[in-house]
Every structure is written in structure tokens, then in C-alpha cells.
Design a protein around this ligand. Structure first.
Ligand SMILES: Cc1cc2nc3c(=O)[nH]c(=O)nc-3n(C[C@H](O)[C@H](O)[C@H](O)COP(=O)(O)OP(=O)(O)OC[C@H]3O[C@@H](n4cnc5c(N)ncnc54)[C@H](O)[C@@H]3O)c2cc1C
Length: 370
């Protein structure tokens, strides 16, 4: 697929080299050690290897991010997460930050010395961002924050959060901030996802932020959030494709070696049909993802239809492919420690976060109808 015209030679050789290096590295396993420790160790490795710079670079290449996520997700879910959270937390700063804000955060994010996070979801507001209600009230020159964010990745290990809170009503009432993790009045509560990674609630009790912590103009938060999520959407598709590609490779290996009914599983026609459909769905997903990335890098910043189709189809297809791979692996595939079982848990949230499949359907339909 790398030989297709979506990429240039530099990107092709970078992706190939990265695949070898990431595949040869022994990544920390959040199933067996503390998930926060695993994430921070992976982050340091990616910083040292100069990979994180692509997450927070300006200009920002969607093709680079898509290639990196597909490779990381193929080999290690925690490495993929460590990488993309720097982008999710850092891209709002590249989009709207002052020179001082960029200078104080982005080099540390690229080296892995800082760990970033993106806090927007609230118990009462997820898919529908217009329902966000956590207030950031004016307090002299600064702001005071009270309320709760939840389901925030990197809670407890992040050094800085890109935070969205309400300074007024309506879409022009949301404002973005850079929040240091050690802010007084801020506490964290762990939540446990299907596949382990640091995730949790943030509780704000009179947390004070100076006006210099504001990202962009007051009321500009919705625009920053949507621009960031718009870029991330295609990278979620890429991560799903990486997981699905791993599942297919593992399923092929298994089917070729498993003997039953006088032949191998790979020689059974129904198994072949399933393997063929896995490949067809994976190819379709990757082509949709690369198309969106290529269009973005060409200068079409607004690609709701292409990014929406890529995220929706790639995550749904990946779930299907991984489920079929586990089915072919049989009972052993369901056991803790099996690659199939791990992928099965890792893929599930991707159909929900950063715009659930149903939201992508709406985005795609609206873009067509316009
Ligand atoms: C592992 C994980 C990590 C996360 N990390 C972060 C993070 O780092 N930062 C952060 O801010 N948030 C994060 N989230 C939260 C995530 O972004 C939200 O879960 C997501 O936006 C959905 O919001 P919700 O959970 O409130 O579901 P709801 O908005 O209540 O939606 C529930 C379901 O309803 C369906 N639905 C929604 N709208 C429609 C519609 N119009 N028509 C039909 N069906 C619809 C969808 O199936 C959806 O899944 C994370 C979530 C998970 C699971």
C-alpha cells in the first residue's frame, strides 16, 4: 500500500524503517505493569527516537501521523496512545497558541519530557459538545474553574491539559485553556477502560488560571476543538487499520498452522472466504484513510466527508476483522494474553471516541447534502 501515489519516497522509507524499529522494540505492557508507568516509558522512547515531533509539528502532516499511528497500533496499543495524546493535546496549541505558549510547551512535548492531554468530555456532554457546561468564570484578570471532566486519557500522568470550559452561552461561549496538572484545587479519579491505559475524571474546586493560560480568544474554544478533532479523526482510522492489519496477519499464521478435518484451517473454503473478506475490508479502510490524509496534506484542511467516512468505516471494519480473527483462533483466542483477545479489547473504544460512528454518519450525510 505504501507504493501507492498517496505518499512520497521520504514517507515510504520513514514508515518502513519505523515499522522495523517499532517491531524490534520491547514495549512496556500495561496489562502487567502500572498503565501510567507503561505510558510514560513508551512516551520517553518515542521522544528519544524523534517520533513525537510529528505529533506537534507546525506545519502538521496528516500523512505522517497516519503512517506513524498505523505502525504503532500494529505493534503496541500503549505506544500508539502515548504518541497520539501528544497530538491531541498539542495540536490546539499549534493552531491557537501564542509564541510564548508554543515555546513553553511544544519542545517538551516533542521530547517526551511533557505529557499532554485533552479534556473536553463531561458526564453530561460527550457527542453533543453544545451541552458542555463546566464554567470558567472571570476572576479579576484570570478565571476560576469548578466542575468535572471525565473519560480523559492521560489523567494522572499528564503534565499539561488542553482544557475546554464555558465562559459564556452557545457555541461562542466555549474557551480553551492550557492547564498545568499541578494546579491547586485540581484532583483526579481513575477510570478503567477495556484495554488498560491511564484514564479518569478531573475534579475542579476553585481552580484558578491566569489569563495567560487562555488558548486563543475568549469564546474561540469550539472552533479550536472542532479543528483539532477534525484532524485526529483520520488518525483514529489509521490506528484501527493498524490493529486490523495485525489481526489479519495473526489470523493467517494461525490458519496455516492449525490442522483439523484432514487439512489446515487455511484450506477450508469457509475460512478462506472469511480471510478474503478481512482483506477486502482492510484494503478499503486503508484506501479511505490514505485518501483523507493525502487531501489534507494537499491543502484541503476541511475534509469532513472523507475523514468521516474513513473513521467510521475503518473502526467498524477493524472491529469486524478482529472479531473474525478471534473466531478463527478458537477458544485459545479468548484467553487473556492472546493477541486476539487484546486487540478485541483495544479496538472497542475507537468506534466511540472522537466522534462515534453514528456521529460520523451524520457528518458524512450533512457534507453530501450541502
Ligand atoms: C477509552 C476512551 C478514551 C477517551 N479519551 C478522552 C479524552 O482523552 N478526552 C476527552 O475529552 N474525552 C475522551 N473520551 C470520551 C469520548 O470522547 C466520549 O465517550 C465520546 O465523545 C462519546 O460521548 P459519550 O460517552 O458522552 O456518549 P454519548 O454522547 O452519550 O453518546 C452515546 C452513544 O449514542 C450514540 N449517538 C450519539 N449521538 C447520536 C445521534 N445523533 N444519533 C444516533 N446515535 C447517536 C453513539 O452510539 C454514542 O456512542 C474517551 C472515551 C473513551 C471510551
Amino acid at each position: 500500500m505504501l507504493d501507492l501515489p498517496f505518499f512520497n519516497d521520504e514517507q515510504r522509507s520513514y514508515a518502513r524503517e519505523l515499522d522495523v524499529n517499532v517491531g524490534n522494540h520491547l514495549w512496556p505492557d500495561p496489562e502487567t505493569i502500572d498503565d501510567g508507568q507503561a505510558l510514560l516509558t513508551a512516551l520517553k522512547t518515542l521522544g528519544k527516537a524523534d517520533v513525537l515531533k510529528h505529533a506537534v509539528s507546525d506545519p502538521w502532516s496528516l500523512r505522517a501521523n497516519v503512517l506513524i499511528r498505523e505502525v504503532l497500533a500494529y505493534h503496541s496499543g500503549i505506544a500508539d496512545l502515548a504518541y497520539i495524546m501528544q497530538a491531541l493535546g498539542g495540536v490546539p496549541i499549534t493552531i491557537a497558541g501564542t509564541d510564548d505558549q508554543k515555546q513553553s510547551i511544544l519542545p517538551g512535548a516533542a521530547s517526551g519530557d511533557f505529557c499532554l492531554a485533552f479534556a473536553i468530555t463531561e458526564p453530561g456532554a460527550g457527542s453533543d459538545l453544545t451541552r458542555l457546561s463546566m464554567p470558567a468564570e472571570k476572576d479579576g484578570e484570570g478565571y476560576v474553574l469548578n466542575g468535572v471532566k471525565h473519560l480523559v486519557s492521560n489523567v494522572g500522568v499528564a503534565t499539561h491539559y488542553t482544557l475546554f470550559a464555558r465562559t459564556g452561552d452557545g457555541n461562542r461561549g466555549l474557551t480553551a485553556f492550557i492547564l498545568p496538572a499541578d494546579s491547586e484545587g485540581l484532583s483526579f479519579e481513575k477510570q478503567t477502560p477495556t484495554a488498560p491505559h491511564p484514564l479518569g475524571r478531573m475534579v475542579f474546586e476553585d481552580v484558578k488560571l491566569p489569563s495567560s493560560a487562555r488558548l486563543g480568544e475568549e469564546g474561540g474554544g469550539m472552533k479550536i476543538a472542532l479543528a483539532t478533532l477534525g484532524r485526529m479523526r483520520t488518525t483514529v482510522a489509521a490506528a484501527a487499520n493498524g490493529m486490523a492489519r495485525r489481526a489479519l496477519d495473526e489470523a493467517l499464521l494461525h490458519c496455516k498452522s492449525r490442522e483439523l478435518f484432514g487439512s489446515t484451517l487455511a484450506e477450508q473454503p469457509i475460512a478462506q472466504g472469511i480471510l478474503a473478506e478481512m482483506r477486502a475490508r482492510l484494503d478499503a479502510s486503508r484506501l479511505l484513510t490514505y485518501r483523507a490524509a493525502w487531501l489534507f496534506d494537499k491543502g484541503d484542511e476541511k475534509i469532513p466527508l472523507e475523514a468521516g467516512v474513513a473513521k467510521w468505516q475503518s473502526t467498524e471494519n477493524a472491529q469486524w476483522i478482529i472479531d473474525k480473527a478471534l473466531q478463527l483462533a478458537g477458544g485459545k483466542g479468548t484467553l487473556r494474553g492472546s493477541i486476539f483477545e487484546r486487540l478485541y479489547r483495544e479496538i472497542r473504544p475507537l468506534r466511540i471516541y472522537e466522534g462515534a460512528s453514528e456521529i460520523q454518519q451524520l457528518v458524512v450525510a450533512r457534507a453530501m447534502l450541502e
